[in-house]
Unconditional design. Structure first.
Lengths: 444, 412
């Protein structure tokens, strides 16, 4: 089966979810682009968008339309060539409208899993639940006579567990997009012990066609992205905990969030990132990873407690941030959740006091001015140089944080999750928009 | 040299801001003034300087494509909205793509010559930021021949001038020509920085020529031009009063406050035909020659020109059309700094289309306003010196790909 034949009949499971809808969009565009090639005229391309909720599927169709419009506007120069034979389409807006139709026309929204029984390949982006994934994979595998390939978006479950559990004989690969898939350039590709070479090769070709940056990871729970992120969370939680000996919980959260954003020159503070991904999602990823991490407890009592209290974070359907550990107004952090009082405490009440406690710090460069800056070494080296010798509490916390991040990165390589240091850095740079990789020599 | 049957003057020019990307106050997603606001501001600006609406006999409004940008036609009926005093007065709307403003001026000049009016209020405008640039390209494409649209570039007009640039590169060398584009861009922005209504007034780029030398990318835009080679999408209006001596008297304006129209060239070329020579603006040259001949002067007597640089390449070719440099020598002339504000022959002293902005239907009127300001010492920080032995200013406004041309010579 050629690349194009493989993509003639595809299903996305969990298509209405945050990740699934992005995968659906990218795949629909790829399939429609193939269908518009002269050699493929007359061939039908079918992409089932499968999810449990009709309502959510209606929402995802609206999302698709809006996103395809943006994509079409961006590639109008190419589209005019593609539709040059359609003499009835003259203005750009006519061509764009036709393209939106042609992409949407590939997609079949449905709540029925049966639709996937005819598919050559299945993208899976459902809940991070190994048992559920295994159940669905084996069901499809039994009922689908086409020996379909499974592309799972799991960010934490070992692929071999799914492969062997569902008995799909290596017709599976981890193809882990970053959120949101339509924007993020990074894809982690993870092979199970049995993944067929042709599946792997297809995955690379597909990623190339989507213009994604591929980082291969070994099949160890959490892979590189979450392998770093979850341990980063644990470090942050433990540092905050330590600080509560001297200051209150909300003050400590504010302090560590500030350290991890401003003084580590990251796009978001760690607690904001947890909210962005979702307290529930982070907690669940830890739950999934923990059984596979020997000699290491990947579990946060803080996240567990917040979950119990219903503090979840995540985003509204329009992409705006829900309140989680932190409270947001127009995207800005304004308060911190206090589990003891079960309410948010405004940062303005304690900000000055905590800033004073953190003490004098070298002025950090803004993340925006560093990320994507070719000469960022010239900015970061002197900054970290100053940080190295600064005596304040804040500077110490920032140094420890950066060192821990590096240690986590090194550990991912030494424990065989990542192939090398560069891959770890690529994941953090590309998937997390960090301005620099965690494995660096700035503080040595 | 021809003699007009009576003297025609222009006075009381007014420009709104040229709004669009580049201006600090511009946000594509926020609500902005509508076309009626621009028309009103410009119209009232001029009326205020000529003693009010009661002094106006006729009105003319130039606009290219409000029917698509703003879903609005019947534009002459906006005059009474500017001022109730214009109610029941004769008014017309004219259209000639980006040459519309020039046609509005010609219409006013002819009313004065025909003695149907002593005072004509002329306005030109376009409000284009109602759509993204990609759809703007659709709306502006009818400036060319419609059957050519289908096989044209997504950005139709930029595509046409990219082809012209390609032809020019091939014939006269790419490197020098691109350097001239970059110098043209630098001049445009440096001039715009001196004019508070210019779209590029807030531009802070340090090395303008380096920015303009970035290689074009045909995959996303054009083969031979970058975005900096193009005039921007603009919202704006300009107004000016066209008067006889009688009209000036009526408005209490001394002759010395107005510029005199001493010649014009109004020329049309066949829209269904491709350019005779892609490396030259042949029709523009004809219009300029006619205007100079009409005025009985040579280009050496002209102090400054406002010319239609919808693209940097058009600017270079216009230098040749003006007769300032021989065919193929325009780039060298521009690179040497001759067209800069301190050069031998300053061109587009408030930024032109690339720097000031290009509200398509308003551009021709804007040119006349700028020349009135320069020749009368009213250009503020953008003022250049007008030598006593070169008391003339010339404009050349172009519609489509060298199709509808208006060139006017003014005397201080």
């Amino acid at each position: 089966m050629t690349y194009e034949e493989r993509l003639q009949h595809v299903s996305v499971l969990g298509a209405a979810g945050k990740m699934g809808s992005g995968i659906l969009l990218l795949t629909a565009v790829e399939m429609a682009d193939l269908s518009l090639k002269a050699v493929n005229q007359g061939k039908t391309f079918v992409l089932n968008a499968i999810d449990v909720s009709d309502e959510a599927l209606a929402g995802v169709m609206r999302y698709l339309k809006a996103q395809i419009l943006k994509i079409a506007e961006k590639k109008i120069v190419t589209l005019r060539h593609i539709y040059s034979g359609r003499r009835d389409l003259i203005d750009n807006d006519e061509i764009i409208a036709q393209y939106i139709f042609d992409v949407m026309n590939v997609v079949r929204p449905t709540t029925r899993l049966e639709a996937s029984y005819d598919s050559n390949m299945i993208f899976e982006a459902i809940k991070e639940d190994a048992a559920l994934k295994i159940k669905i994979f084996s069901e499809i595998n039994t009922k689908n006579s086409k020996q379909p390939w499974f592309f799972t978006n799991t960010s934490s479950i070992p692929i071999t567990v799914l492969d062997e559990g569902a008995g799909i004989g290596g017709r599976i690969i981890g193809f882990h997009f970053y959120n949101p898939p339509a924007v993020q350039k990074l894809v982690e590709v993870i092979r199970s012990k049995h993944t067929l070479q042709e599946v792997y090769e297809f995955a690379l070709a597909y990623a190339r066609s989507l213009r994604k940056v591929v980082v291969p990871a070994h099949d160890i729970a959490g892979f590189i992205g979450n392998g770093h992120f979850m341990r980063d969370i644990l470090h942050a939680a433990s540092e905050a905990e330590k600080l509560t000996k001297e200051i209150s919980f909300v003050e400590a959260v504010y302090a560590i969030n500030k350290i991890s954003q401003d003084y580590l020159v990251r796009p978001m503070g760690i607690f904001q990132l947890i909210d962005y991904v979702g307290v529930d999602v982070c907690s669940f990823i830890m739950f999934v990873m923990n059984p596979y991490t020997k000699d290491e407890e990947i579990r946060s009592s803080l996240l567990d407690k917040l979950m119990e209290m219903g503090v979840k974070g995540g985003q509204y359907s329009d992409g705006s941030q829900k309140d989680g550990i932190l409270k947001y107004e127009k995207g800005k952090v304004v308060a911190v959740f206090d589990p003891d009082k079960n309410e948010y405490i405004a940062i303005s009440l304690f900000q000055a006091k905590v800033d004073e406690k953190l003490g004098a710090m070298p002025a950090p460069p803004a993340w925006k001015t560093v990320v994507g800056n070719k000469a960022k070494d010239d900015i970061l080296k002197p900054y970290f140089g100053q940080l190295k010798s600064a005596a304040s509490l804040g500077a110490g916390l920032a140094r420890d944080y950066a060192k821990k991040s590096k240690e986590i990165g090194k550990h991912l390589v030494s424990s065989g999750v990542a192939f090398n240091d560069a891959d770890v850095n690529t994941v953090l740079l590309t998937g997390f928009f960090h301005a620099y990789g965690p494995i660096n020599e700035y503080l040595d | 040299m021809k003699k007009l049957r009576r003297k025609v003057y222009m006075v009381a020019g007014y420009n709104t801001i040229s709004m669009g990307s580049g201006r600090k106050e511009f946000h594509p997603k926020k609500e902005r003034p509508g076309l009626e606001d621009y028309i009103k501001e410009a119209g009232q600006g001029t009326l205020k300087m000529i003693g009010g609406a009661q002094n106006v006999d006729e009105c003319v409004i130039g606009n290219f494509m409000a029917s698509r940008f703003n879903r609005q036609a019947n534009l002459a009926a906006f005059f009474p909205y500017i001022d109730e005093g214009l109610r029941y007065k004769p008014a017309i709307r004219v259209e000639g793509a980006c040459g519309t403003g020039g046609l509005a001026l010609m219409s006013g000049i002819k009313s004065i010559l025909a003695e149907t009016a002593e005072v004509v209020l002329a306005i030109g405008f376009e409000v284009q930021n109602t759509v993204k640039a990609i759809y703007c390209a659709d709306f502006l494409a009818p400036a060319g021949w419609a059957p050519n649209r289908k096989d044209g570039h997504a950005y139709f007009f930029p595509g046409q001038f990219s082809e012209r640039a390609g032809a020019y590169f091939e014939k006269f060398g790419r490197e020098t020509t691109r350097k001239a584009f970059a110098r043209w861009y630098r001049n445009a922005i440096e001039n715009a920085r001196l004019c508070p209504t210019a779209q590029e007034y807030h531009n802070t780029t340090k090395d303008l020529e380096a920015a303009a030398m970035v290689e074009p990318n045909a995959n996303v835009f054009l083969e031979n031009l970058t975005a900096l080679d193009c005039s921007k999408v603009s919202d704006g209006a300009s107004a000016i009063a066209i008067m006889s001596e009688e009209g000036l008297k009526r408005c209490g304006i001394p002759v010395s406050g107005a510029v005199e129209v001493v010649g014009y060239g109004q020329v049309e070329e066949d829209i269904t035909k491709p350019p005779i020579d892609k490396t030259a603006l042949t029709t523009m040259q004809k219009a300029i020659e006619n205007a100079l001949e009409f005025a009985g002067i040579t280009i050496n007597q002209v102090a400054t020109a406002e010319i239609h640089d919808c693209f940097t390449v058009a600017g270079i070719m216009a230098v040749e059309a003006l007769g300032l440099a021989a065919h193929g020598k325009g780039p060298g002339y521009v690179i040497a700094g001759n067209t800069a504000r301190d050069g031998k022959f300053p061109i587009n002293t408030t930024g032109g289309l690339v720097g000031w902005g290009h509200p398509t239907g308003g551009t021709g009127v804007h040119m006349a306003v700028t020349l009135w300001e320069q020749l009368k010492g009213k250009a503020g920080a953008a003022q250049i010196k007008i030598p006593a032995d070169r008391p003339y200013g010339l404009m050349a406004n172009m519609g489509g790909d060298d199709k509808t041309l208006v060139s006017i010579v003014f005397k201080t």
